[in-house]
Design a protein around this ligand. Structure first.
Ligand SMILES: [Zn+2]
Ligand SMILES: [Zn+2]
Length: 131
């Protein structure tokens, strides 16, 4: 598989997110990319949809924003459980994965005959410097 082929718009959106200090809403991304020819939120959403599909970007539902994936691995594995700590003071977001949580949740879900599409854990609170 390797790195998926991205369109120009997808690369621009991914670039904006990768260079951002924190998560960005679709509208913030649009503002950043206006000079690059982005005009409508739909262009951003379309690019985000593909990037989400490829696992290059994650959506943080609780703050309605997006972050670039920071997993060091190649994106050949499906993400399993993606967990984030989200600081309510400075907005810092940190992504992490834990196999124990992943296996435990998978077992719980299997026991309920439920088919998981994706699992995102969002932990809100304060980072070390804000606490
Ligand atoms: Zn990730
Ligand atoms: Zn903080």
């Amino acid at each position: 598989m390797g790195t998926p082929q991205l369109t120009k718009n997808q690369s621009l959106v991914l670039g904006a997110l990768s260079h951002s200090d924190g998560p960005m809403s679709a509208y913030t991304i649009l503002d950043k990319l206006r000079d690059q020819g982005f005009r409508a939120p739909l262009q951003v959403y379309r690019a985000l949809d593909k990037l989400l599909e490829h696992g290059l970007v994650h959506r943080l539902e609780s703050i309605n924003a997006f972050v670039a994936c920071t997993c060091p691995d190649e994106h050949e594995h499906d993400h399993g459980v993606t967990a984030f700590t989200i600081c309510e003071g400075c907005g810092q977001v940190t992504e992490f994965h834990d196999e124990t949580i992943e296996q435990r949740l998978a077992a719980l879900v299997r026991a309920r005959n439920f088919k998981t599409e994706k699992t995102t854990i969002e932990i809100r609170g304060q980072c070390k410097s804000c606490a």
